[in-house]
Design a protein around this ligand. Sequence first.
Ligand SMILES: Nc1nc2c(ncn2[C@@H]2O[C@H](COP(=O)(O)OP(=O)(O)OP(=O)(O)O)[C@@H](O)[C@H]2O)c(=O)[nH]1
Length: 623
Amino acid sequence: MTLNTKTLLFFSALMGFLVLLLAAISLYSFRQFSLYTAEHHARSVAETIKVGLTESMVNGTIGKRSEFLDRLADVPGVQNVRMMRGPAVVKQFGPGLAQDHQADGIESQVISRGEARFDVLEKEGGSIFRAIIPYIATGHGTPNCLQCHTVSNGTVLGAISIDIPLTDVKRQAITATAMVSLSVFLAALLTLLVLRWQLRPLVETAGAVKTVVTQAIGGAFHGRIKQRGSDEIGVITGQLNQLMEFLEEGIGTIGRRVSELMGHHHRPLNVGNQLVTTTEMVEGLVEVSRYKQAIEEDQTKLEVYQRLVNVLNDKYDFHQFSIYEVAASKNRMAPVAVDGEINAPCRWCDSQILIDANSCRVKRTGHEANGIDSPGICTMFRDEGEGEKHLHLCMPITQSGTVGCVVQIVVSLEEAPLAKFMIPFIAVYLRETAPVLEAKRLMEHLRESSLRDAMTGLYNRRFLEEYTATLVATSQRRQSPFSVLMLDLDYFKKVNDTFGHEAGDKVLKTLAETLVKSVRTSDMVIRYGGEEFLIVLLDTSGEIAMNVAEKIRAKVEETKISLPGMILQKTISIGVSEFPSDTDTFWQVVKFADVALYEAKSQGRNRVIRFIPSMWTTETGKS
Ligand SMILES: Nc1nc2c(ncn2[C@@H]2O[C@H](COP(=O)(O)OP(=O)(O)OP(=O)(O)O)[C@@H](O)[C@H]2O)c(=O)[nH]1
């Protein structure tokens, strides 16, 4: 309800109440006054009758009392006058005239009780005030009642009944009351008009404030209020305008800055509720910042991918998507997460992209491939969804200027508009992920290369040092032995000396390949020293290890190494030991394999020797 309506209603109610109250008070007062006047008038008439009748009795004209009473009834303000005899008078003077003993019930009551009675009666001709006053004998004055009446002082001699018409008085009362009420009504109306006129600026300002505030709630801060005067309302108006200007400028600036940070090109800020949009974007930035902190603290690339999967799954409610990692140097791509599952197989693209990364449009161009706006933009997309049609949206994660990853989101036609709207938000996540992912990739690469021998690609001794504890613990937990082969090329120095170091390197690389091919993928082939190699055969006893070693030895012997202008064949010697039967100390097992290798060299080379405790003398221990 508006202030205006409220004021109007309040004053109307107050006015109505006042008019009614005044009318009631006026009517009541007039009635009381009229009754008082009528009673007074009746008593005067009764007194006149008393005097008149006494005079008539003294003068002996009492027989003419009827004419006297009729003349009295013609007096203005008196309608009817009657006189009734009481029992004492009847007893002394007889019943008298006919009207003297025609008392009705009320009149008889007044005669018997000696108390006056006044009533207002409604008759056809209008309202009548009826007064019945007793005529009581008294011995006061000259002449007095007791001179003629043989009664005691205070005896009721009779009653005088007087009718006084009230119709005129009533009409006048109503007219006067109406005049008073009308005056009050007019005064109240005038007050109301003056009040409304006074309230008008306040009411109009309140309306303008309502409009401006409603617009502000809806996100539009351009509304201003017309300032009237410099009173309190004027001051409030001015301050509110200042606040609106401040809000418009502040929120506009925040919105623009946040928009720049979000790369928000798809939806201009002035569309919709500016405040809501800005708040959403600020919240989005806070979440992105938390995400970034989390992925920075993650240890591996895989954890980062898992977190990105969670964002797509939980925050954006995408359940069909792929994240591909690009190996640019090999022109290959590999799916790291598909439909929320890490290391799941490729689903939404032709597997061609896995072996030829450049066939992926995003990888090739470095730009987003928006299949929602341009269906069929990428020929590699495969709609593997059941039933309904799907669209794709592929975005790059750019690292050092090249596409390091491709994120592909797959949506149904129904989900497409929302997905499109989400692009800038997802792009922010991808932008923040890129440098972190690149750092993790580099770290993993560095770590990997520090554990591998650059020339042969085999693990190095550092890897063995790091892996030892795990190896021993696994073997002990599973109560399964492992064997160590220590291998060394025979007369390798001669290769270097005769054919040069390059030829020597070629021999070492060929040997490394032969060794890797000769054992299971779960076994570990390590370049232990210059031309010395170590192989850990998991879940293998010394006895079986001897067979494997023999097989390796034979394979190396028959391997032909092509050098410029010639073919070379080399042999190796192998020492074998077993954990934990030879010793339950890892490095001791390695040492024992080395001792056995020494023995193989001593016995003429190109052979496999199993370590036996007798080989471990004080001398060997020292060597
Ligand atoms: N080309 C090449 N040679 C290496 C490399 N690492 C070690 N060597 C050489 O390998 C040779 C090892 O020689 P020795 O330890 O005397 O042993 P050997 O000549 O193989 O003789 P036996 O082991 O006793 O059969 C040395 O000449 C090293 O320089 C490498 O990475 N490349």
